[in-house]
Design a protein around this ligand. Structure first.
Ligand SMILES: [Zn+2]
Length: 445
């Protein structure tokens, strides 16, 4: 798409702190930013973005169907493991048609929140009982189509999931997740095609779900394609205990020993780590994706985000279980978790937190050309309104975005030069709440 946009303010500080400019004319050609010129008056032929413009947000870890659990799992206490039983009841029901409808609405909700790229950690592959659909990638294709209909980019992180715990076969629900072997997983995933808005990556669900002797097959598939590879790592102490009992090492050490860590890899959660785990993740340049709103919702604990970053890991952020879809909340949640843990403030600058939500998140999803406001980058522009009750008052650049704004303050969203959200209204899914209501009712019926 070609076009011309004028931003009242633009955060161009992805590489330098505090980079805030005003009156920025942004020319776009072929979906990419050609030039940015500050200090301009709005020309008549430009789309006016009347607020603080930041790059598109990357939601680096999502399970779209978990949206069906929002507000429905808060009674009766329990743990991560009892929550998972409820989640499995939803997983047991979805068809490809229902999943397309639900994911389209969820991704439209993400677009309204300024998310222009989602990393969908996708493991619901097969029909009930584990029977392959006529198109064995019918569920993945539904997610790719849903992203297209919602106007956002997607990295489909197709997930290998073979076992229930260490050495146990999949249970009845998990049969839908399993291809039987990593080789069969690789064969199926090789049938997925990339598109302008969609890239394909790999995922190891966890060391619980992929036996150690299968890990290298997944790693090799991703390495051949230079594709991202993600894994849930040490979200729960029980996973660490099971891994130590089965293999005598931590999950991080197991992944390292099988060649799975490195700059294309993202460890999701990384909540319960040893000092050696932190050195392995940081030293290999593995990204760590924190999901603070989910981690607090599921009583996981607080991961050592500060320590892994100091050891060398970039950080990204994800909405994971969709308890909340608000990347600003994830960014400030990471900082505020550290404040509660250490009783000190200021572990990251607002610029650094916004970089995790934009450039570093996109890099972890295999879109290094997105997430910054500079010439050559994909023209993904998110406008934060500055006249809401939350944001009114003096503008403090990234601090306003991370510590004052919420997803509800996003007014306009552009992906690849195309206007997806205008003045709070999704241009492709005009009634997102209605679409969610309808899709969720269908899943529940
Ligand atoms: Zn997850």
């Amino acid at each position: 798409m070609n076009g011309r946009f004028w931003a009242r303010y633009a955060w161009t500080g992805a590489s330098e702190p505090g980079g805030l400019e005003s009156g920025v004319l942004i020319d776009v050609s072929g979906g990419r930013i050609v030039s940015l010129q500050a200090g301009s008056a709005p020309p008549g032929d430009a789309v006016v973005l009347d607020g603080l413009v930041i790059p598109g947000l990357a939601n680096a870890h999502s399970h779209a169907f978990h949206r069906a659990l929002r507000g429905a799992t808060q009674l009766g206490g329990g743990t991560f493991w009892t929550w998972r039983e409820t989640m499995y009841r939803v997983a047991a029901r979805l068809t490809p048609d229902e999943y397309l409808e639900l994911a389209r609405a969820v991704y439209a909700e993400m677009a309204l929140a300024g998310i222009t790229c989602v990393g969908e950690f996708h493991y619901l592959h097969h029909a009930p009982g584990g029977v392959a659909y006529d198109d064995p990638n019918a569920m993945g294709e539904a997610l790719i189509e849903a992203a297209a209909q919602a106007g956002i980019r997607i990295t489909l992180l197709d997930t290998c999931y073979l076992s229930s715990g260490f050495g146990a076969p999949p249970d009845e629900t998990q049969l839908r997740f399993s291809d039987g072997s990593a080789e069969a997983w690789a064969e199926r995933v090789s049938g997925l095609k990339e598109r302008d808005h969609a890239r394909i990556g790999a995922a190891v669900h966890s060391v619980r779900a992929v036996p150690a002797d299968q890990l290298e097959v997944v790693g090799a598939w991703a390495a051949q394609r230079n594709a991202p590879i993600h894994a849930h790592v040490s979200e729960q102490p029980a996973e660490n205990e099971g891994c130590l009992a089965a293999y005598g090492v931590t999950p991080t050490r197991l992944l390292a020993d099988h060649g799975l860590l490195g700059p294309r890899t993202t460890a999701v959660h990384a909540t319960h780590l040893t000092l050696e785990d932190i050195e392995l993740l940081g030293g290999s340049g593995t990204t760590v994706c924190m999901c603070p709103t989910t981690e607090r919702d599921l009583a996981d604990g607080i991961g050592p985000a500060r320590e892994v970053q100091a050891a060398g890991s970039p950080l990204s952020l994800g909405s994971d279980s969709q308890a909340v879809i608000d990347l600003f909340e994830e960014a400030r949640g990471m900082e505020q978790n550290e404040r509660l843990r250490t009783r000190r403030r200021g572990h990251w600058t607002a610029d650094a937190l916004l970089r995790a939500a934009t450039a570093d998140g996109h890099a972890s999803l295999g879109w290094p050309e997105a997430g910054t406001l500079k010439a050559g980058a994909l023209a993904d522009l998110v406008t934060i309104s500055l006249d809401s009750v939350r944001t009114a008052g003096p503008l403090h650049g990234a601090e306003t975005a991370v510590f004052a704004a919420t997803a509800a303050d996003v007014s306009d969203v552009v992906t690849g030069g195309r206007v997806i959200v205008r003045r709070g209204v999704h241009q492709l899914v005009p009634d997102v709440a209605g679409a969610l209501r309808q899709a969720l009712a269908r899943v529940a019926s």
